[in-house]
Write a protein that binds this ligand. Structure first.
Ligand code: COA
Length: 162
């Protein structure tokens, strides 16, 4: 079956944890669409265009991965890209409740798509975008967690407190 999976997130910024999920998914599905939420309830440090550009850099050369941004409902973006899978990563049990709720709501909004979960590789289980931003802003080295282009952008963008 030729399945397109959509992987949504705010990606502020994209991390190696996200990359791990997408690369593994790219071996399972014909196409993976990394869908950057343009506006989220979170205050983002990077603009939607910047977050898309980082993701494009990370997946440059991976033929079946594309990056887009979406505004509004994920369900509409899934339909637009003809995705029958909504892909999510699970890092810890604490992710589960929220994911379970979102999967249920998305099933209602877009019944033709199913939410599938991949467990995050253990070495990335503790990473989140906000922790990466915090560590960078305090002068910590985040090169183990994000692409070099993102390290550079974080160093330029974030006020240094460390
Ligand atoms: N590796 C590393 N970090 C990961 C990760 C992984 N595999 N998976 C998730 N994370 C991190 C994210 O970076 C994020 O970090 P942060 O909170 O510090 O920013 C955190 O875990 C939570 O990630 P996630 O649950 O994916 O939240 P998000 O803000 O990135 O994305 C949307 C949420 C965009 C998918 C969701 O709000 C959405 O679908 N919005 C569109 C509107 C809509 O349709 N609403 C109804 C939904 S039912």
């Amino acid at each position: 079956m030729r399945i397109t999976a959509i992987y949504p997130g705010s990606f502020d910024p994209i991390t190696h944890g996200h990359k791990d999920i997408v690369i593994r998914a790219s071996r399972l599905f014909e196409r993976v669409v990394v869908a950057v939420a343009a506006s989220t309830t979170k205050h983002t440090v990077f603009t939607s265009d910047e977050r898309v550009a980082f993701a494009q850099t990370v997946f440059d050369g991976v033929p079946n991965v594309t990056v887009c941004s979406f505004d509004g409902l994920l369900a509409d973006a899934a339909r637009e890209h003809r995705a029958s899978v909504i892909l999510r990563g699970l890092r810890a049990v604490s992710d589960f409740e929220h994911e379970f709720q979102m999967a249920g709501m998305n099933r209602k909004l877009v019944p033709e798509a199913d939410t599938l979960f991949l467990t995050t590789a253990e070495q990335y289980g503790y990473i989140s975008s906000s922790l990466v931003r915090e560590v960078a802003s305090l002068g910590g080295d985040v090169s183990e967690f994000v692409h070099p282009a993102v390290v550079e952008a974080l160093n330029r963008r974030l006020p240094r407190h460390g």
